[in-house]
Design a protein around this ligand. Structure first.
Ligand code: NFS
Ligand code: SF4
Length: 662
């Protein structure tokens, strides 16, 4: 174990800026802890966001630092009045910046997926014994979906072939990624025509980095093609592999009642939070906290037991897979430490704020990095090794127990606990609608055609201190279900809605009449929680299935569906948005969008892509407006399918709403 380093002292002395926290979050436990942080003189991402106004030129993506003749700043108010030193136009500059966001987002998801595949290989080769193939049914169905024979074959033989085939998702230099076989043929045809079927993610990321280098691709339309190709290598590639391998190794989620919020911390237990994205260490931790030897250690210092909670995306995965409680989404990670009740926090990769080292130091929480790719200055590094998966968890537990025995920080645990149903997978949706012997999406399509369900919306993504935390997610989803739109969710967004109680079956009363009837008949909430951000691949599988079942067109872009990430912050979200758009789905983002309105690049993303047979981007910061943008789109698709007449209720547009509100 590395020696404990002192946290960096950059902001130690600075007093947190005074702000009204009620304007910043609708999450009452986060609010309570933000106030505590203020009283304790601690800054947090909300106060830092208030102090550091975003650079307006950067926010519009009107600057370039791709070479050292610059950096070059263009004028977003008059975007064609200037060019960079090399002559690059606003369209080239913004498209190249966007391309690099996509590249980083794709790299994050595909590296995660490749890590899962590495573990799978070692399991298949017999070099890792602690993890096993737990879901043989899933293994077979994934293998069959990409043309691997399964009949009368040994599980391990199928698994070996599956490994070899899926490795191509990353390393292949020519041809199409394996999961392209899952794409509805007409959608795939559009991709082929545009030349954007991904080869392998390494190749696509390499090429996009090359093409966005100074002086290479300087045609925004051509750059956007490579953005789509790279992003698709994430959605139908790296992310899909991450989801499928996780299901094969740890089990495909099925619904279970589970808890969300800070109230699940326990004062009389050793509290451990795992925060990050890869499920491997978390899975080992689930076993380790139940190991009698570890429980004994906790009891020996007077604790009643060990209480394990998740945060962010890996938390969302184990919430659905094992019912492990979830402490909160991205904006709640600093506040949860301020409870003083977190004895240890272990993190791996992605969305880990560097500030956590300092916050943990202030409240006495032991803070560990665990992944060789992600050390943080000042944190203790306890590396997780999948060949000896309990070593790191056991060390973290030991340190957490020690901290419990020496707790000095004042402990304030907010009382709020929210319950809901989590763990819907694409397979479970199939089963719940059709039953075990006739698993099918047919009832979903039928209810869309008969108008009880108007359409399906995926509401996903981060939380962001630049907008009111949880507010956009919750208001958007409420408006959607009120209008009979079934909502599916992943990532931090689903935690916002879980806290608002929308993942309980009785939340169906908030839905429109048709959706309510379907929810009550099937026994589901109107908002389905699907897992982490890589599990957006479950949404892709669901829409592919809807096309396959028939009656709703022959490509994804025909479906009455829409997507949104109202409070996004990460480059991964941009990549997700681009693969969802390239797959054929209208996708609306909030916060800010890295383009200048009125430029050709902006117009391509927001209009032109749809004309080429893809989805398109949309933007709004008003959740109600966002809802009606999505509903209007869903209605447009219904009309094109000739099923709009089945609905009696008239479309309630933004103008109607404004009139109604007087
Ligand atoms: Ni998605 Fe997960 Fe949350 Fe955003 Fe970060 S945790 S991968 S990026 S902030 S939803
Ligand atoms: Fe400026 Fe062109 Fe260099 Fe970008 S690539 S920094 S626009 S000179």
């Amino acid at each position: 174990m590395a020696e404990e380093k002192k946290p960096v002292a950059i902001v130690e002395e600075k007093k947190a800026k005074k702000v009204d926290y009620r304007d910043m979050t609708t999450c009452e436990t986060t609010l309570q802890m933000l106030r505590k942080m203020e009283a304790d003189g601690q800054d947090n991402c909300f106060t830092r966001a208030a102090e550091m106004k975003p650079c307006p030129i950067g926010a519009d993506s009107a600057c370039c630092k791709h070479c050292f003749m610059g950096p070059c700043r263009l004028n977003a108010k008059d975007p064609y009045s200037k060019v960079g030193v090399c002559g690059a136009t606003i369209d080239t500059i913004a498209a190249r910046n966007f391309a690099r966001n996509v590249a980083a987002g794709c790299a994050a998801h595909t590296d995660h997926g490749m890590g899962m595949l590495d573990t799978f290989r070692e399991v298949v080769n017999g070099k890792i014994e602690h993890f096993k193939i737990q879901d043989e049914k899933k293994l077979k169905s994934v293998a069959e979906s990409i043309g691997i024979a399964t009949e009368d074959r040994e599980v391990m033989d199928i698994a070996k072939d599956l490994y070899a085939e899926l490795e191509r998702t990353y390393t292949q230099v020519e041809g199409e990624i394996p999961f392209a076989k899952r794409v509805p043929p007409k959608t795939l045809e559009t991709w082929r025509k545009e030349g954007i079927v991904p080869r392998g993610s390494m190749r696509e990321i390499m090429e996009i980095m090359h093409r966005s280098h100074m002086g290479v691709d300087q045609d925004y339309e051509n750059i956007v093609k490579q953005c789509s190709r790279t992003a698709l290598a994430d959605g139908w590639g790296g992310s899909m592999v991450a989801t499928e391998i996780s299901d094969i190794l740890f089990g495909t989620p099925s619904p279970k009642v589970a808890g969300v919020n800070m109230g699940f911390l326990k004062e009389d237990q050793v509290n451990i939070i795992i925060h990050g994205h890869e499920p491997l260490m978390f899975e080992a931790m689930v076993v380790a906290v139940n190991d009698p030897a570890n429980v004994e250690k906790a009891k020996a210092v007077g604790a009643k037991g060990i209480n394990l909670l998740g945060m962010c995306c890996s938390g969302a995965e184990v919430l659905g897979r094992h019912g492990i409680p979830h402490a909160g989404n991205f904006m709640s990670v600093e506040p949860v430490i301020a409870t003083g009740a977190v004895d240890a926090m272990g993190v791996d990769v992605q969305c880990i704020m560097q500030s956590l080292v300092r916050v943990a130091d202030c409240y006495g929480t032991k803070f560990f990095t665990t992944n060789p790719r992600a050390h943080i200055e000042g944190a203790v590094h306890v590396e997780f090794h999948e060949h000896a998966p309990f070593d790191a968890p056991n060390q973290i537990i030991a340190m957490a127990v020690e901290r419990y025995s020496k707790r000095t920080a004042k402990i304030v645990i907010p009382s709020r606990k929210d319950w809901g149903v989590h763990g819907f997978s694409h397979e479970y949706v199939n089963y719940m609608l059709g039953g075990e012997y006739r698993e099918s999406y047919t009832p979903l399509n039928a209810n869309i055609i008969n108008g009880k369900i108007r359409g399906v919306a995926a509401v996903v993504g981060c939380t962001n201190p630049r907008v009111k935390h949880d507010y956009l997610h919750v208001e958007l989803v409420k408006e959607l279900i009120k209008n009979n739109v079934l909502v599916v969710q992943t990532g931090c967004s689903q935690i916002s809605l879980a806290k608002a109680g929308l993942m309980r079956p009785d939340a169906a009363v908030l839905a429109g009449e048709g959706l309510q009837e379907v929810c009550e008949t099937v026994g589901i909430p109107p908002v389905l929680s699907l897992g982490s951000c890589v599990d957006n691949s479950r949404i892709l599988m669901a829409v592919a299935e809807m096309v396959k079942i028939g009656g709703l067109g022959d490509k994804i872009s025909d479906l009455p569906v829409a997507g949104a990430a109202p409070e996004y912050m990460s480059e991964k979200a941009i990549c997700i948005g681009q693969y969802v758009v390239a797959s054929g789905i209208y996708t609306v983002f909030g916060v800010t969008f890295p383009t200048v309105e009125g430029t050709k690049f902006h117009d391509l993303l927001f209009n032109g892509l749809e004309e080429k047979g893809f989805g398109k981007w949309g933007f709004s910061n008003d959740p109600i407006e966002m809802a009606y943008m999505m509903i209007d789109h869903i209605d447009k698709k219904r009309a094109a399918l000739g099923i709009s007449e089945k609905r009696e209720r008239k479309l309630f547009s933004m103008d109607d709403r404004r009139t109604a509100e007087g």
